[in-house]
Design a protein around this ligand. Structure first.
Ligand SMILES: *Cc1c(COP(=O)(O)O)cnc(C)c1O
Length: 405
């Protein structure tokens, strides 16, 4: 256990901006589902960096392709072609059923890309009057941290002090398709939606919601773009979470696990008709689509399919949820989620943060989302035995907390 007065922690706090409040542990190594701290203690990683480590830490195949490419060619910018980018984009398009892909680095950048594409599509294809295009997003959304994106947010802390925000944004309740239809006007460009709200507290909308939204968007000539940065790439038991409803939206945003737990790699994927709005010079990124990222992204997709990580997520996610639902504790209000994206909601009077601190002491790493929800989203390679270890630790922590310790 790392002590509070650890000089490593003190140094980070002294020189770092205070935009995070980490748990008091210093991690130095990771392998598969486990990470180790500076004192040699082993932990089960139930966060997997908000789904960025779905493949597990230091996946041997991904590390190998990264090392091999690192000795050949890494960064050249999109001013030139490389032998790797096309291979990555082809694989991503073929797997997801989209025609075109635009590479960026972080999730927020890919969301921005999607919104820029949608606005320009509205003006050049749909025929919306210049500067009138509207974006519709949902209450409780999380799409990243840029000024435009926090302009979509309904979380007061994410917005406070960062205005003014761009115009043309509307926010509607999540999970109610009728609200979407009410909010659409002739100027609506896009409906941006998470198939499950991750940061919002692992909120699973009613069955049929996405399907109904897809039909409404089609009827009104509005693009539906799913933000699958957290839910995508196997996390919920399917390659993409919207596939649970058998739909194909107009676009999708991928990130996090796309980098195989090694690098930031993101994509906006869509149909030709949408992607065509971008012409040379309209949009770009110095690092987006670099050959190192392309090789890692491509291998991350390959491993996902070869190792059937979505099937694991489904099977082990059901097992995990079943174990959690069998816990009898007056602290627990609800267990919810899909696949290995699971939220355990505590009753109001208990702070999920305290539970996370106690879990840390028992070798389980996770963090709360909102005040009362504990996230369980381990790497998709987790085993039943490792789930049992985490569930046992949780049971002990819950008993301890009930007894007021
Ligand atoms: C994490 C996340 C983002 C932002 O990704 P960054 O890489 O942190 O910019 C966007 N949307 C969703 C749903 C996310 O979970």
């Amino acid at each position: 256990m790392t002590l509070m007065l650890n000089p490593i922690i003190e140094r980070e706090c002294l020189y770092g901006a205070k935009n995070y409040d980490p748990l008091p542990v210093v991690l130095v190594r990771g392998e598969g589902v486990n990470v180790w701290d500076d004192a040699g203690n082993c932990y089960i990683d139930m966060m997997s960096a908000y789904s960025a480590v779905s493949h597990g830490h230091c996946h041997p195949k991904l590390v190998r392709v990264l090392q091999e490419q690192a000795t050949k060619l890494n960064i050249v910018s999109r001013a030139f072609y490389t032998d790797q980018l096309g291979l990555f984009l082809k694989r991503a398009c073929e797997l997801t059923g989209f025609e075109k892909a635009l590479p960026m680095n972080t999730g927020a950048e890919a969301v921005e890309t999607a919104l820029k594409a949608a606005r320009k599509w509205a003006y050049t294809v749909k025929g919306v009057v210049n500067n009138q295009a509207e974006i519709i997003a949902c209450n409780g959304n999380f799409h990243g941290r840029t000024i435009t994106i926090v302009g979509l947010s309904t979380e007061p802390q994410y917005r406070a002090g960062f205005g003014p925000f761009p115009a043309g944004i509307k926010v509607i309740p999540y999970g109610d398709a009728a609200e979407l239809e009410k909010a659409i006007t002739p100027n609506t460009a896009v409906f941006l939606v998470e198939p499950i709200q991750g940061e919002g507290g692992i909120i699973v909308p009613p069955t049929g919601y996405l399907k109904a939204c897809a039909e409404i968007c089609k009827k009104h000539n509005v693009l539906m773009i799913c933000d699958e940065i957290q839910t995508g790439l196997g996390r919920t038991g399917k390659l993409l979470a919207y596939q649970h409803e058998g739909i194909q939206p107009d676009g999708v945003v991928l990130g996090k696990a796309l980098g195989g737990g090694l690098l930031p790699v993101s994509l906006f994927l869509s149909r030709k008709e949408v992607m065509r709005v971008f012409t040379p010079g309209d949009h770009g990124s110095t690092f987006g689509g670099n050959p190192l990222a392309a090789v890692v992204g491509s291998a991350a997709l390959e491993v996902l399919i070869d190792d059937k990580l979505m099937d694991r997520a489904e099977k082990l996610g059901s097992y995990f949820q079943k174990q959690l639902k069998q816990i009898h504790s007056k602290l627990i209000k609800e267990v919810r989620g899909k696949g290995l994206l699971i939220g355990l909601e505590m009753h109001e009077q208990y702070a999920a943060h305290d539970i996370c601190l106690k879990l840390l002491k028992r070798g389980v790493l996770t963090k709360e989302t909102h005040r009362t929800v504990i996230r369980f989203a381990p790497p998709l390679i987790i085993t039943e035995e490792q789930i049992d270890l985490a569930v046992n630790a949780l049971k002990q922590v819950l008993v301890e907390t009930e007894q007021g310790q």
